[in-house]
Design a protein around this ligand. Structure first.
Ligand SMILES: Nc1ncnc2c1ncn2[C@@H]1O[C@H](COP(=O)(O)OP(=O)(O)O)[C@@H](O)[C@H]1O
Ligand SMILES: [Mg+2]
Ligand SMILES: [Zn+2]
Length: 549
């Protein structure tokens, strides 16, 4: 048995079967019943909404020997011929391939002859916007004085390309995008008729992907039918058909991200790629899920915002609890950039890998979210230096207020000054007895030592510049825009590491002082993370493109 595409097999045969276009089908039926038909119709609307189907039904109804309440009977000789595309008086023309003046001249010649056996000679011209200007002009002549037995039905996806002179001579109907629920019902009927069972969420997802075009939904459903043996369509099958990764893989990868398990993340990515999945789609899917995790943190009732099963929603909630909002926003930002970057690159794998590594290594980054995240991590860590613990908790509070303030446009300069200095006996620069150059060389050694102690502290420190030693202070400067570096490096844990390294290398205790170069300017160029969040919510549209086949 050869395979007939679902969308052909289930082409609507009477007006009632055309879903969601009642404004059109009711009007046409009424015209049939009252014998009040026009000579030219123009159906416009996106592909797969029923233009051709309706035109065919209408053409049959007009020539049916025994129409039933405005519908074609579909059993008389005329209907049968039309249903098998053999009716010589119902002529279907694809304007995409017959768009020249000659084609329309030819049509004008033939229009002169009355129908050979049916009541009307009906021309269904699909994709009519493809006609050349000359062809439109030739057509216009026929439209101006159509023979009484001729009816034109034009269909187009691009109404704006049709000359106004043509439009004004037609009865115009716009076909609507079909509601998701209607498409789901349609698919559900087709599954029943074909002996397939399905998970509800599958039909929901297909309807969402098809976005109002019934034909697209049936094409996907067709592939699902073909892809399985036990006559049940699960989400797994749909994901396979769409080249999407199963949810469990996504959740594992997300887990790898918040557990900072680079090995797991990269090996999962490797599996995904070697199984032949499309990297760009996978990136998109990953963003989609991270978005769900983010939404779960903000809204209790997610069911209206996301399109997943109850079980998946539970998993989203569980993972959402474990991932901080900062990490989520940062991940989504990075992956959205990965999407943009890989659009122009042939090596999307490397771009995605770099993105994932950036997510795993906030130390590599200077975004607000990554620094907030580092601070969160530090706060949670048990304090290693007991005699400082009281002071540490005090400074943690100071830092919290710095972050709050920095969100509210107060300059960081002002606040950093408020940090309390504790009385510790530091050496003065004179005691060191070293020239400028050796001081600077030794600073390199300090950096090395810090690197060995804690890589993230080092990452913050290398971005600073050694300024020199004045009295009891070793001074390190940061450029404008490094305010959050300064906040993080000021953390007591980091200060201890840096000052211990200094003491070891220079042989004396020195207080390290961090300053901003260009401190006369207010530096508040950071956007709030919330802004980014709302930008993202507003602009990130989940959509997979379906090719029109
Ligand atoms: N409104 C609809 N109701 C039911 N099925 C539809 C509808 N629109 C499209 N379909 C399905 O998609 C197939 C193609 O529709 P078609 O009428 O050729 O769309 P168009 O001409 O608008 O691109 C149909 O055979 C049918 O299976
Ligand atoms: Mg069509
Ligand atoms: Zn009939």
């Amino acid at each position: 048995m050869d395979h007939k595409a679902l969308y052909r097999k289930f082409r609507p045969k009477v007006f009632e079967e055309v879903v969601g276009q009642e404004h059109l089908t009711n009007t046409l039926r009424n015209q049939m019943l009252t014998d009040n038909v026009a000579h030219a119709y123009l159906f416009s609307g996106i592909r797969g909404t029923g233009k051709t189907s309706t035109a065919k039904i209408f053409a049959r109804a007009l020539n049916c020997m025994e129409p039933v309440e405005g519908n074609p009977c579909n059993v008389c000789e005329n209907c049968k011929q039309a249903l098998s595309d053999n009716a010589i008086d119902i002529i279907e023309i694809d304007a995409a391939s017959n768009n020249g003046v000659d084609d329309i001249r030819d049509l004008r010649e033939k229009v002169k002859y009355p129908p050979s056996r049916m009541k009307y000679k009906i021309y269904i011209i699909d994709e009519v916007h493809m006609l050349s200007i000359g062809a439109f002009n030739a057509l216009l002549k026929t439209l101006e004085e159509p023979p009484s037995y001729v009816i034109f039905i034009f269909a187009t996806t691009e109404l704006h390309k049709i000359p106004a002179t043509i439009i004004s001579r037609c009865q115009k109907f716009e076909l609507k995008r079909i509601q998701h629920k209607d498409i789901e019902n349609l698919m559900s009927r087709i599954c029943d008729a074909s002996g397939f069972t399905y998970d509800d969420v599958v039909l929901e997802q297909i309807a969402r992907l098809a976005d109002g075009a019934a034909r697209d939904s049936l094409s996907i459903l067709d592939q699902c039918f073909a892809a399985n043996e036990d006559k049940h369509i699960s989400l797994e099958i749909l994901n396979n058909v769409l080249g999407l990764v199963t949810e469990s893989v996504i959740f594992d990868l997300v887990e790898g991200l918040y557990e900072s398990n680079g090995k797991k993340v990269l090996s999962l990515l490797n599996d995904v790629i070697s199984s032949g999945k499309d990297i760009k789609r996978f990136t998109n899917q990953l963003i989609e899920f991270l978005r769900y995790l983010m939404l779960v943190k903000i809204s209790k009732d997610l069911s209206a915002l996301v399109n997943v099963s109850e079980e998946t929603l539970d998993l989203i909630r569980q993972h959402g609890e474990k991932m901080s909002l900062n990490l989520l926003i940062r991940s989504i930002n990075i992956l959205t950039q990965v999407e943009v970057d890989s659009k122009w690159s042939s090596n999307s794998r490397v771009i995605l890998e770099i993105g994932l590594i950036k997510i795993l290594q906030p130390d590599l980054e200077t975004s607000v979210e990554s620094i907030m995240e580092r601070l969160e991590k530090l706060e949670k860590r048990p304090v290693a230096v007991p005699q400082l613990s009281q002071q540490i908790s005090k400074e943690v509070n100071v830092e919290k207020s710095i972050i709050e303030h920095s969100m509210s446009s107060v300059s960081q300069e002002e606040i950093i000054e408020e940090i309390v200095e504790e009385p510790i006996q530091y050496a003065s620069s004179e005691e060191l007895n070293l020239d400028e150059e050796s001081l600077e060389d030794l600073w390199e050694e300090v950096l090395d030592l810090v690197k060995q102690t804690k890589i993230s502290t080092h990452a913050l420190l290398v971005d600073g510049h050694f300024e020199g030693i004045k009295e009891h202070h070793l001074c390190v400067s940061y450029k404008e825009g490094y305010g959050f570096h300064m906040i993080a490096i000021e953390k007591p844990e980091n200060r201890v590491i840096v000052e211990q390294a200094i003491q070891q290398v220079y042989g004396k205790a020195l207080r390290v002082q961090y300053i901003t170069k260009n401190s006369d300017e207010d530096e508040n160029e950071y956007s709030k993370p919330e802004d980014k969040l709302y930008d993202f919510l507003g602009s990130h549209k989940n959509k997979l493109e379906i090719e029109d086949k």
